[in-house]
Structure formats: structure tokens, C-alpha cells
Design a protein around this ligand. Structure first.
Ligand SMILES: [Zn+2]
Length: 218
């Protein structure tokens, strides 16, 4: 595809949950999760002048943890007051080393670090809204105040926090791009068949989210 020309006034790189907790050796490892770090660093060193990062940031005993639901195993789905919720292994524990942004990430151009998932009874996949789809994180207001119109997303995991962030951004009126090689997914079996990565890819395409590669930038 032709190179994408970036405008520093209106374009930003979003770095979703690049934390050791989601990488091999962490509590909720995404296969090859650490592989996104050098790709994102290249994007930060060159094409992108501005970036924000999100950080999954849970209190102990968070309601998204299987350990908080007696008799339930990780990756089971339960009904919460706000809808279905996948139960995860304990992860993203506030203040733990594995919940920090990955130490290898170049933070010079990361101008905002947004924490999410800190309400004990409510999970937050998206960078914009918690999983009740109503509780705003405040990111939209920050981006609006900065004049941002195009969002380029990277990070973990493609099929959960990256996809939910991309969907919300598209619904809020941003032009949204997912940088595929700067992301890795979990890939659970999807209820409709295939994996949650396939399902997320279909949902994003339906919303006009473009899938691009880190080599596509001018
Ligand atoms: Zn989480």
C-alpha cells in the first residue's frame, strides 16, 4: 500500500497495555507479547511525534480475576451487571513491577499514561470506556483538546483492549488504524466460531478501521 503521511498536529500513536504482565513470564501472557516493544520503539523514534499509553491497573481481588469468583477458572465467561465478562488470571496488579509499562519502551514521546480497570467491580478493556460502555476514562476529552483526529493503535491484546479501543474510537468519530505487526492477540475460541482475533478483525472492518503495518508510514 502507499505510504501513509502523518500529520503531527492531528495524528497520535496509541500504545495499549504494553506491560510485562501481558508478556511471556507475566501473569496473563500473550504469545510473543514482547515482540511489540521494538516495533513500537521504531514508530516512536521516527514517524510519530506524539503518543499516549494505557496501563491495565487492577486492585487485588478485582472482579475480572477468576480468583475472585469461587469455583470459576480463568477464561470462563460470567455474567456481570454490565454484561458478559471473561475471567482472567490475576494480572496488572497496581504497583507491581509487571504492571509498569515495559521497561524497554521508549517513553520520551509518550505524553499521557492513562490507567484503567482500577474500579474493583468494573473491568476496562477500552482506552475510552470501561466495560459498562458508559464510564468514560477521559481519553476522548484529552484527544479532543489536543486536536487529534486520527488514532494509530498498537499493543496488547489485539482481540481485547486494542480492538475495544479501536471500536470506541471509530464510534466517537476518529479515523482509526490498527498497526498489525505492533500488536499481538490472545485468540480464545469465539462463540460464533474461529478465534476472538478473527471476530475482532471482522468487527473492526465493519466500523471502517484500517489494518496497516509499521512499514507503511512515510
Ligand atoms: Zn485487566
Amino acid at each position: 500500500m502507499p505510504a501513509i503521511a502523518l500529520d503531527p498536529a492531528t495524528d497520535i500513536l496509541g500504545i495499549i497495555d504494553v506491560q510485562p504482565t501481558f508478556m511471556p513470564g507475566g501473569e496473563l501472557p500473550v504469545a510473543e507479547g514482547e515482540a511489540v516493544v521494538p516495533v513500537i520503539n521504531r514508530l516512536l523514534a521516527g514517524p510519530f511525534a506524539h503518543a499516549f499509553a494505557t496501563q491495565d491497573w487492577h486492585p487485588a481481588g478485582h472482579s475480572s480475576f477468576a480468583s475472585a469468583h469461587p469455583g470459576q477458572e480463568p477464561f470462563a465467561v460470567v455474567e456481570m451487571p454490565y454484561g458478559p465478562q471473561v475471567l482472567w488470571p490475576d494480572h496488572g496488579l497496581q504497583g507491581s513491577a509487571n504492571a509498569a509499562l515495559h521497561p524497554g519502551l521508549d517513553q520520551a514521546r509518550i505524553e499521557l499514561v492513562l490507567r484503567k480497570g482500577f474500579r474493583p467491580a468494573l473491568d476496562s478493556y477500552s482506552a475510552f470506556f470501561e466495560n459498562d460502555r458508559r464510564t468514560a476514562t477521559g481519553l476522548h476529552g484529552w484527544l479532543q483538546a489536543r486536536g487529534i483526529r486520527r488514532l494509530f493503535l498498537s499493543g496488547l491484546a489485539t482481540d481485547y483492549c486494542v480492538a475495544w479501543s479501536a471500536e470506541d474510537a471509530a464510534r466517537l468519530g476518529y479515523q482509526v488504524f490498527v498497526i498489525e505487526d505492533a500488536c499481538r492477540g490472545i485468540g480464545l475460541p469465539a462463540p460464533e466460531g474461529g478465534t476472538t482475533i478473527d471476530a475482532a478483525t471482522r468487527r473492526l472492518a465493519a466500523l471502517g478501521v484500517r489494518i496497516v503495518a509499521s512499514g507503511d508510514f512515510a
